[in-house]
Every structure is written in C-alpha cells, then in structure tokens.
Design a protein around this ligand. Structure first.
Ligand code: NDP
Ligand code: KPL
Length: 306
C-alpha cells in the first residue's frame, strides 16, 4: 500500500519503520516541509533502525491509499484540513491519538475517517525514538463511510501487531478517555509517576464518579466502581511511566488537556451534569500551561501555540 504518515514524532516513526519493513511504500509529512525525513528508532529488541524516507511529496500524497495521522490531538484538525484537497476523495484517514473530539472538528471532510487509540509506548530520547513497550492499537469507524474498512486492521496488524478492529469505537474510546482524565492531570498536579497515584484513592473515586455519570448519559454502560478497577489496573501496569501530560508540562509544551478533560467537560455541560472535581483539575493544568506561556512571551520568545 502507499501510505503517508502525518506527524513523524514518536508514534509516527515507529509506524513508518514498521510499515516500510512490511513492504509498504511510505512517506512522512512534516510540519516544516522537507524533501526527506529521518527515522531513528530503537525497536523492542534493541535493534537500531536508521532510515530516510521521502517527505512532503504532494504527488505521493495524491496517490496515497491511507493517511495515518500520528499528531497530538490539538494538531490534528488544522493539519488534516490543510491536506484534504490534495488527497483522493476516498483516501481513508486514520487518526491515532489520545483524547476525543477531533472527529467532530473534521465532520465536513469527504474522506472516510477512522479513529484509533494505542497502548504501544514510544518516547523520544534526544534524536532517537525508543519503542518502550508493545501494545494493542484499536481502530474503528469514525464516520459511517469508513465502516467497511475493517481489512485495514489486518494490513496494519501485519506491520505493527496487535491491531484490533471495532465496529463501534465509542466504548473503547471512552474507557481510554476515562483513564486519561484521571491519570494524566493527577500526575501533573502531584508531579509524579503513574504508580505514585495509589494513595489518592478518594480523589480518584470522586473523579470516576463524575466520569461514569457523563459516560452513562452518553450511552456507555459503566459505573464508578468498574472505572476505578480499570484505572487502578492501568496505574499498576504503567506504574513506572511518566504520563504524556506530565512529560508535556515538564518540557513546557502544550498538553492534550482540551481533548481529554476538556472533552469530558464539554459533554458534561451539554448533558447538564456538574463535574467539580474534573473541572478543578482542568483549571489547574490550564493554569500551569498559561504560566509558562506567559513566561515565554515575557522573555521575548514566541508563544508556542497562540
Ligand atoms: N508516544 C506514545 O507512546 C504514545 C502516544 N499516544 C498519542 O499519540 C499521539 C502522538 O503522540 P507522539 O507520537 O508521542 O507525539 P509527538 O509529539 O512525538 O509527535 C507528533 C509529531 O507531529 C509533528 N507535527 C506537529 N504539527 C504538525 C503538522 N502540522 N504537520 C506535520 N507534523 C506535525 C511534531 O513535530 P514538531 O515537534 O516539529 O511540531 C511531532 O514530530 C498523541 O495524541 C499521544 O498522546 C498514545 C499512546 C502512546
Ligand atoms: C495510559 C497513560 C496514562 C499511560 O501513561 C497514557 O495514555 C498517557 O500517559 O497519556
């Protein structure tokens, strides 16, 4: 298959090299256009992969049979919209990111959109991307036109297993959102690894109570207790992780809070549900972001996202 990977960061590089090794024709798409992109990955076996792929070639893009989007949630809609007219009208677009809400922003697109979430873990270390942990990538239709594209899961599974197809992604997406609403902001507030959240059981219970209420109203069958079991299982299995939100805060980058807790709060507001605990965490994370943004501008540096 001919595949363009939009966003050549941690996940993007893992996918570029995996798809290439499986015999697919790939290109990367960079924010600042360049003719080539470098992939430097240390895979799960400790093998070093150094490769160069073509990048930002509009002809390749026009012939692509898949646009795989591995951007942060807040980067997605503008970047995809910019490429929309260069893509074939039926080229599937697979959005692979944490958080929810990007599909709503891309409703006007003619191309079929798929959504995906992953439990693979990859991190940047200087100029190298380390594939830290194997995982499962769950994909499914984001728009009705993509409901028939389940064979994509097989293609992707052969490149970077496991990939699972879901006819209905809502349940998987909401479960993941719930986990991110709890673990990500709490690790920022307490400046700790995921595993260090164990003592905050009461706070986690209050968060899960609100999240379960919103999820129930959104048609998801769940409860505070089942969400808590799931959150604590993830805290346990990712105990040594620094959450992606804490990594962003420590590097003074924009976080994905608007698409994680922000999405939950928007749905809660639409349903008339009060979410004081989640709102408090949202405000605390936003304040941290704004503080360092103000510092940057005060120091005469350009803002990172305004
Ligand atoms: N890494 C991981 O282990 C996991 C990540 N995720 C999720 O996957 C998503 C991607 O994460 P990750 O790969 O870590 O993120 P990265 O920040 O490593 O990758 C994003 C890349 O996209 C580039 N980019 C930004 N804007 C554009 C644009 N307009 N056009 C082209 N490229 C652009 C960035 O470049 P630049 O820096 O130059 O702007 C960066 O290289 C996130 O939602 C994350 O939460 C989920 C599970 C695991
Ligand atoms: C599941 C979790 C919390 C793992 O660290 C994650 O998805 C993240 O850090 O964004």
């Amino acid at each position: 298959m001919k595949i363009t990977v939009l966003g050549c960061g941690a996940l993007g590089q893992i996918w570029l090299s995996a798809l290439d090794q499986q015999g697919h024709e790939v290109q990367g798409w960079l924010r600042v256009p360049q003719p080539y992109c470098s992939v430097n990955v240390i895979d799960l076996n400790g093998q070093v992969i150094n490769k160069t792929y073509i990048a930002n070639d509009p002809l390749f893009l026009a012939e692509s049979e898949l646009l795989l989007v591995t951007l942060k949630a807040w980067q997605v809609s503008e970047a995809v919209r910019n490429l929309q007219t260069l893509l074939r009208p039926h080229c599937p677009i697979l959005l692979l990111h944490n958080g929810m809400g990007t599909i709503d922003e891309l409703k006007s697109l003619t191309q079929p959109i798929l959504q995906g979430i992953t439990t693979h873990a990859a991190k940047r270390d200087g100029t190298v991307i380390i594939h830290v942990a194997n995982g499962v990538t769950h994909i499914g239709p984001g728009t009705p036109e993509s409901a028939s594209l389940s064979e994509l899961a097989d293609t992707l599974h052969h490149a970077l297993p496991d990939v699972a197809w879901h006819n209905h992604m809502a349940s998987t997406s909401w479960q993941k959102l719930a986990v991110n609403c709890v673990i990500n902001p709490l690790t920022v507030i307490y400046d700790c690894r995921n595993g260090d959240l164990l003592p905050y059981r009461d706070e986690i219970s209050r968060l899960c109570d609100e999240i379960a209420t919103v999820m129930e109203r959104e048609g998801q069958h769940t409860s505070r207790d089942s969400l808590m079991d799931y959150v604590f299982a993830i805290i346990d299995s990712t105990a040594a992780n620094t959450s992606s939100m804490l990594q962003d805060i420590r590097s003074q980058r924009r976080t994905e809070i608007e698409y994680i807790t922000g999405y939950l709060l928007r749905r809660a507001r639409a349903q008339g549900i009060a979410t004081p605990e989640n709102s408090r965490l949202y405000e605390l994370v936003k304040r941290k972001e704004q503080d360092y943004e103000r510092e940057r501008i005060g120091a005469g540096l350009p803002g990172t996202w305004n």
